[in-house]
Design a protein around this ligand. Structure first.
Ligand SMILES: NC(=O)c1ccc[n+]([C@@H]2O[C@H](COP(=O)([O-])OP(=O)(O)OC[C@H]3O[C@@H](n4cnc5c(N)ncnc54)[C@H](O)[C@@H]3O)[C@@H](O)[C@H]2O)c1
Length: 450
């Protein structure tokens, strides 16, 4: 098959211009390619057209703005724009529902819209996370309804997105790209595309199912390693040992080609990937009569962490002679991950809900999150400033360790709160020196396993 991308610099359409789509587009335009971003969310497209980027990813807003001004990035809600593209990258959301089953309706809608518009020689690259079998099954079948045949008229490959929020731009430029083609020609075309565009290593696998599984295996590994960190934290908390000492010591052991790598415990695991990808793997295993106990246990362990953190706050308040039912708690940092504004499945929410159920008075503050979004997620109006949030509080719970909270002035804080006051460190990982100094100021400190 002759692919359009071989005719020179390929033009690209990115369908689904959310967090992943906009990041992919930003890097590709920065590498000199022309990209059209397509999304059905008119507000998102309008925002982007006026240089507002709702995603708090370092460098992303500037790259998108520059690309638009230089004419390398067009944005639209109209699918017809995909006709001009040599390569179409699909990056729509694929959440799971309340039963932990994958929701494919956005992906199906994309395929239905693309099918009648496909042209001979186009390469379709799916990046949305899917259950193994979806690329060569559901996606291929829907695309072929337009009359063209995969492998004869157009190419199709799955290339999982593996970037981590907060470091997405640099990671996308450097991480090896995994390719699973529906046929050898599609796989090779995808390899040529990524090598030509990014110059990164490309690992080609024989079937898309392998690439689909790689994505789920990566995230299940991360989730399981965090779960181990969380269980060690619970034990260290009971023993009065600092879990960070244990983890850094344990991680110095060389193992295989690398080191032991136990990940850090925290208030919990959130975001759109780690909360769902292990379940996609688990569901698939169930369908094939395999019970992946480690995967389900890790999910369950990580889901207990907000309750564990709530327990820390209650116990810490009680030790200070304060009643959780009447205490005032200031929650600093609402996002699921440090230095992001991403509220998806944030573990901070169940902590706040549990505290409110106790009767505690809650103030919330996150400098990275728009007030209306915070209020919609938490049902509490956020305080306009840190100073307002902590006024007269009995506990300051730092539950996202944003940079803004790294250098908290505890002497100043002591004048604003109601001393004695509890500091709960949900993922700020304050140094021993900081902990000593805040204790000297009169605060009590509790961390996850510290
Ligand atoms: N966020 C991450 O860190 C990350 C990392 C790796 C992989 N992924 C995977 O990448 C995919 C996208 O994730 P995301 O975080 O960018 O999601 P997102 O919700 O930020 O973006 C998805 C976008 O798709 C758009 N969309 C929905 N239906 C559409 C349609 N029919 N046509 C065009 N656009 C449509 C939405 O309006 C939205 O803007 C998911 O499958 C996710 O699991 C995400």
């Amino acid at each position: 098959m002759k692919f359009l991308l071989d005719g020179g610099k390929p033009s690209v359409a990115v369908v689904g211009f959310g967090y992943v789509g906009s990041t992919v587009a930003a890097v590709l335009t920065d590498c000199g390619l022309s990209v059209t971003g397509i999304d059905t969310d008119e507000r998102l497209i309008q925002e982007m057209q006026t240089d507002y980027c709702r995603f708090n990813e370092p460098g992303l807003a500037e790259m998108l703005r520059d690309a638009r001004r230089d004419g390398r990035l067009e944005l639209t809600t109209r699918y017809e724009a995909t006709r001009q593209a040599d390569v179409i990258i699909i990056t729509v959301g694929t959440p799971v529902d309340a039963n932990r089953s994958l929701v494919t309706r956005y992906l199906e809608s994309v395929c239905d819209s693309l099918a009648p518009l496909l042209r001979q020689g186009q390469l379709i690259i799916l990046k949305s996370t899917v259950a193994p079998g979806a690329t060569n099954g559901l996606v291929r079948e829907l695309l072929e309804r337009g009359g063209l045949r995969q492998g004869r008229d157009f190419g199709l490959a799955f290339c999982p997105e593996r970037l981590a929020e907060g470091a997405a731009i640099s990671q996308f430029r450097a991480l090896p790209i995994v390719v699973g083609g529906c046929d050898d020609e599609s796989a090779d075309a995808a390899r040529r595309f990524w090598t030509g565009a990014l110059g990164v290593d490309v690992d080609v696998f024989a079937r898309p199912e392998v690439a689909e599984l790689i994505k789920l295996a990566d995230n299940s590994w991360i989730d399981a390693n965090i779960a181990l960190g969380n269980e060690l934290a619970a034990l260290c908390g009971a023993l009065g040992v600092d879990v960070l000492d244990v983890i850094s010591g344990a991680n110095s052991l060389p193992k295989g080609d690398s080191h032991v790598n136990i990940l850090l415990p925290s208030v919990g695991v959130g975001g759109s990937c780690l909360t769902k990808d292990p379940w996609i793997l688990w569901n698939l295993a169930q369908e094939h009569g395999v019970r992946m106990r480690l995967v389900e246990t890790a999910r369950q362990v990580n889901d207990t962490m907000p309750a564990y953190t709530h327990g820390l706050i209650r116990a810490g308040l009680a030790d200070l002679g304060k009643d959780p039912a009447t205490a005032k708690v200031a929650v600093l940092g609402l996002a699921y991950k440090n230095n992001t504004n991403d509220l998806r499945h944030t573990p901070v929410r169940p902590v706040v809900e549990a505290l409110r159920a106790d009767g505690a008075q809650i103030s919330i503050y996150d400098p990275l999150i728009a007030a209306n979004e915070a209020e919609a997620e938490f049902g509490v109006k956020p305080s306009p400033s840190l100073e307002d949030a902590v006024r007269d509080c009995d506990c300051v719970a730092v539950l996202a360790g944003h940079e803004a909270f790294e250098g908290l002035d505890f002497t100043d804080l002591a004048r604003r709160v109601s001393m004695p006051c509890l500091i709960v460190d949900g993922r700020a990982y304050y140094s021993k020196e900081t902990i000593r100094s805040l204790q000297e100021t009169g605060f009590t400190y509790r961390g996850i396993g510290r």
